[in-house]
Design a protein around this ligand. Structure first.
Ligand SMILES: *Cc1c(COP(=O)(O)O)cnc(C)c1O
Length: 409
């Protein structure tokens, strides 16, 4: 049986059109990395590009590089490269700040564009920062938070809802929302929509403009491989640019930052979402990741992502491994991850990490395995399932060293 699985993995790897891209990433020997959905792997081209930005552009060019090396346009240029990954036009996306900060700007902007509506509608269990950012605006008296379960979300969109704010692929379960359908439902009730694409960008095809979406945000350090704390991105549909007013009116979002005027005048386009000086080093690393991922192509990445996780489940089934799957069993209905519920998920995750299989744990009882298709092989699935079987079968996870919690899980 096991032989058979290895044989199938060999065939699948041999037929994999993306197999050549693995060597474009710097992956440690002996590690099976199932956490590219949390922090994408390091592209081999990144260190060289970073050295160039640091030594040549910063070290030699000094302040001249804002003009000579295109630092000033970097946020827009990189936004333009993210755009085709999410079905946006290049002038609708900008790379800046963190996802959290971008959420704040866009929620506030949506509230400003709506009259007489204050409710921000989301679902319980959405990614914490998304819910916390609403709470902050609520405390300022600007917003009112309303949460409704998936099943009752559309019913909860009434005339008080200013903005429907959801995460396309759920961080914990991988469940997908129908982006087009919910956008339409919100619009029919006069609400706007803000999509968090953190777990979608670079691995799931998304078409914001086909869905007529209003706003979106997403993360640079997950599937886009931009590096820890990479700048995030924000999307605003072009039809809203003229009426947009976001509250973090810093000088980089000014129509003429170097006029040093006393009065704020927002830039006309997507650049009005900028606040302070762009983080050039972070953007430089992010651009390398985006170039690599965009070059592979989201459709192909998505196909392979589905095949990898389907094969993982097949291997589990063949090994008689029974864990409660909380992700949708149909790969067309989930993001690029599989999540399993187990009372001792944390200890199991730690035991796997000790064996070189890096996944993660999400409180209170979820073992989450991410399948970044740009650098994973089918043979990794067989091997990871083998380790999982041994960890569960032997009760290895019971060891005390696997039952201690670090700050970051
Ligand atoms: C990862 C993630 C974030 C991250 O926000 P930061 O501001 O980068 O810390 C936000 N929302 C979702 C849904 C995420 O998955």
């Amino acid at each position: 049986m096991t032989e058979n699985r290895w044989e199938r993995a060999r065939e699948l790897d041999a037929a994999d059109p993306l197999s050549g891209f693995r060597e474009r990433f710097s992956l440690p020997e002996g590690i099976i990395y199932l956490d590219g959905n949390s922090l994408g792997a390091l592209p081999k081209a990144t260190p060289e590009r970073m050295l160039q930005v640091i030594e040549e552009e910063w070290g030699e060019g000094l302040i001249r590089s804002w003009n000579d090396s295109g630092w000033f346009e970097m946020a827009s240029r990189i936004g333009g490269k993210i755009a085709p990954l999410i079905g946006a036009s290049p002038n609708e996306v900008i790379a800046c700040d963190s996802t959290s900060v971008n959420l704040f700007k866009l929620i506030a902007a949506a509230l400003d564009m709506q009259t007489g509506r204050k409710v921000i509608l989301s679902e319980p269990g959405n990614f914490p920062t998304d819910l916390y950012m609403i709470a902050g605006l609520e405390k300022q008296g600007l917003a009112e938070r309303r949460l409704a379960d998936r099943a009752s979300l559309t019913d909860a969109i009434d005339g008080d809802v200013a903005l429907l704010m959801l995460t396309h692929a759920h961080y914990k379960t991988g469940e997908l929302f129908d982006l087009e359908l919910l956008t339409r439902a919100a619009h029919e009730a006069g609400a706007m929509v803000l999509w968090d694409l953190s777990h979608s960008t670079g691995v799931l095809p998304v078409d914001l403009n086909a869905a007529n979406a209003d706003f979106a945000v997403g993360c640079g350090y997950k599937y886009l491989c931009g590096g820890p704390g990479a700048p995030a991105f924000a999307f605003v549909a072009e039809r809203h640019h003229a009426d947009l007013a976001q509250p973090l009116t810093g000088w980089f979002g000014h129509s003429a930052p170097f006029a040093f005027s006393d009065d704020y005048d927002a830039a006309p386009g997507i650049e009005q979402l900028l606040c302070g000086t762009s983080p050039v080093l972070g953007l430089a690393a992010l651009e390398v990741g985006i170039d690599l991922i965009a070059g592979i192509g989201v459709e192909r990445l998505h196909q392979k992502s589905r095949a990898l996780s389907d094969f993982f489940l097949e291997c589990m089934e063949e090994s008689g491994l029974e864990l409660e799957l909380v992700s949708p069993p149909n790969s067309g209905q989930r993001g690029s991850q599989l999540s399993f519920r187990h009372e001792h998920a944390h200890a199991i995750c730690q035991a796997l990490i000790a064996r070189g299989v890096i996944g993660d744990f999400r409180d209170p009882d979820i073992l989450r395995l991410g399948f970044a298709p740009a650098y994973l092989r089918f043979r990794d699935m067989v091997e990871a399932v083998g380790h999982l079987g041994e960890v569960l079968g032997s009760g290895e996870w019971r060891k005390s060293e696997f039952n201690r919690r670090a700050v970051v899980t």
